[in-house]
Design a protein around this ligand. Structure first.
Ligand code: IMP
Ligand code: MG
Length: 168
């Protein structure tokens, strides 16, 4: 497997994102929300790089491949979220691909009446993004290749890798 970003490169970038987020949310209550399962490693590192006190929550998003006639269905589960009313929300995902996941989650989170919703992704396949969503914080822009590691999987495998690699 070809390494795209080493553990050290990821750690340095995540710390810089954390510094930026700390500055931006200094004076307002913040809740960081990870999108399961892909964001767990990124969220765990990012929250320790954010010096501003904040709360943590998770939502689940999963895509199910439809039949030949039905399109892929996106399932969202927001049942275990803490109260977000009046708080700044930072929605964190591993990768922004078509943008469907973060667009749908942003709409659903707005129903919880937060003060504002911002988004952070470690990776952005910019040329693939179909929706109007613009992530507020981006670790790295990457080409249209399938990547694994640091939380990202292929059929449930490879999430444990400390680096990000291109799967052939
Ligand atoms: P989107 O809704 O198309 O933006 O898809 C985002 C989700 O697709 C991510 O949260 C990942 O779970 C998955 N995904 C997209 N590209 C990759 C990849 O290269 N490797 C692993 N998962 C990916
Ligand atoms: Mg995901």
């Amino acid at each position: 497997m070809q390494t795209l970003f080493t553990a050290r490169e990821i750690a340095e970038r995540v710390q810089r994102l954390g510094d930026e987020i700390s500055r931006d949310f200094q004076d307002s209550p913040l809740t960081v929300i990870g999108v399961l399962h892909g964001s767990v490693v990124f969220v765990a590192d990012l929250m320790r790089a954010i010096a501003t006190p904040h709360q943590l929550g998770f939502v689940t998003a999963s895509s199910y491949r439809g039949t030949a006639t039905a399109p892929e269905e996106l399932r969202l589960d927001l049942d275990s979220l803490p109260d977000l009313a009046g708080r700044n929300v930072l929605l964190v995902d591993d990768i922004l691909d078509t943008g469907r996941t973060l667009s749908a989650l942003t709409v659903r989170l707005a129903e919880c009446e937060p003060r504002a919703v911002r988004t952070a992704v470690l990776l952005w396949k910019k040329e693939r993004t179909e929706t109007v969503i613009m992530p507020d914080y981006v670790g790295f822009e990457i080409p249209n290749r399938f990547v694994v590691g640091y939380g990202l999987d292929f059929n449930g495998d490879y999430r444990h890798l400390p680096y990000i690699g291109v799967l052939d």
